[in-house]
Write a protein that binds this ligand. Sequence first.
Ligand code: BGC
Length: 703
Amino acid sequence: MSQETEAFINHLIAQMTPEEKIGQLNQYSADPELAPDLLRQGKVGSLFNASGALTGHGFSDSGNAEISNHFQKIALESRLKIPLILGRDVIHGFRTVFPIPLAQAAAFNPELASEAASVTAREATANGIKWTFAPMLDIARDPRWGRVAEGNGEDPFLGAQMAAAVVKGFQGDRFSAPDKLVACAKHYVGYGAAEGGRDYENGEISEPTLRDVYLPPFRAAIQAGAGTVMSAFIDLNGIPATADRRLLTEVLRGEWGFEGFVVSDWESIKELIAHGVAEDEAHAGLLALKAGLDMDMVSGVYHNTLGESLRQGKISPEILDEAVRRILRIKHRAGLFEHPFTDTTRISRDILTPEARALARTAARQSMVLLKNNHNLLPLQGFRRILIAGNFIHARGELFGTWTPDGRSEDVTPLDEALRHTTPKGVELWFADSPDLAQNLTHYVDAVVLLIGEHPARSGENCNVSDLSLPPGQAEFVEAVAGLGKPLTVVIFAGRPLAITRQISQADAVLYGWHPGIEGAAALGELLFGTESPSGRLPITFPRATGQVPIYYNRKNSGRPIRNEGLFRTRYLDLPPVPLFPFGFGLGYTQFEYANLKLSHETLRGTLEVSAEVTNTGARPGVEVPQLYVRDLVGSLTRPVRELKGFQRVLLQPGETQRVRFTLQEADLAFTRSDGTFGVEPGGFHVWIAPDSQRGLQGEFRL
Ligand code: BGC
């Protein structure tokens, strides 16, 4: 906490009327109908969707920054001249659209995600935005939930690494820098546990699971300095997150020392009435404010009710001051009092630069996951005529994925064109956009590549599905061309793991492309034709069928553990008990072997080094992602069968061997114990260095 900031905001708060204080607690979505007088009277603390909201509505590029400045100017006409903080959902890129967050997690490269967030911050701030509602840090174990696309998948360790990296990318060392944004860790917390994968649905998470699985990414974001947090829509364990004092105040502030502010999700304060914990708006406002919820997104409940609650003594002046203080603190730290306006000339320099596009290409390339590659069909070599078919062959904006209000289709090279650019000389590409045509043409070509998957409009907020199969019209392509004797590659674009068991058995090669962003088409071309190699790994388990979810690698063993045989074991009668592909899985264009696992000690005292040799045994250079897992064999509470504790990306030349080293600390083994405390328990552990969460070299040590 800087003394200068505290002195400044204390001085300001001392001059504020109760109305002005309550004013700071309101956020509205900017639209042309928003009454400017509200701003002039100091009754608005934040607007969002000001800049960019009108993109595509006849405004010029630089219009975005001008619109932001326009609103800011009116706010500065208020008595105390307190600037607005202007927000927006800048989730995985602004004009330069990066792969969806789930895909970025698949790169197992937090540094790259950080660079992407940094580019995003530059573009967004050039458009007058100072606050993004990202990163989304919700652990998701159920891909029916549409928002699985927006997060980092199922693992708390990977999630925490990504959280810290992305916060740093958005905010830099100081988010007052003109090209940096205030980050918002959302949705706090447990949102991904919505029952049945139905967005906004209730959920139940036990305290140990909440603390050891769902909270760590948020904690990492706070430790990395995230300025704000957004509460989740969910009713978790009977308490809507927006009114959960224990989580918003005791854990977030008390345990973690968070000094920024908490914003509600869209109307989630008013929704406390529908949840059935508040009688009316006034009651909802009291519950939220007392829980530690500082800013009301859109619902107007604070605006409508807090004045009266204050007069009636239902809230103390101190609690109001505290909420105001947190908001002003972030505004001051963001430099808004000194530099409230955006330099409108930045748009011409900072948007869609060649460097940004190159980074988006790298991110797309590293995020794609090769799931199958029989007889090394990929990269495609030695084929003279290749048929490219599927619903995605002309895709442009369809490659963006969810939450890309500022991406523009015209910035994307369509897939067919991008593939033509990357096709080696002498290779003819044919195209077919219907299964019938694809079937006919297959007879005349040497190989077939299908580009299929799910439209971005089918993933993201409230885009849940009850069936994880490919959407209608997609599997038909595979049915039409499979079995005709031509080598078949299937590329799947999607915002979630789909249940592609049948397509995996039909195709010779399958590449999971996610929604790869603005450079996705070019990146795909590089991978298909082998100028680059795939290196992505799954950040989430792939089920065989919808009925297997929730399915995730860090489950508990049970008393009758999963095995392929045996009667009274946890199982389905109609499906193998294991997923289609485990967490951490992914192939490349070469092979790797793991050997000679070594532990520096038999007992962990302080630190333990775990290392293994990884050799590239194939004929091409390639990136392998060795992963460190542990299992705590006996605990006061049952422990996961494996937990990720480290990973690396290692580039190896053909024949090259490298010893990869990980260091385990005692603290890495801590968990929420049966008495509710967090710490380690002495005993035996298994440890693996592994290519994915199901395989690997196993060792053991004691603590
Ligand atoms: C979403 C948030 C988003 C907010 C503002 C809500 O519906 O849940 O993730 O940041 O809208 O657009």
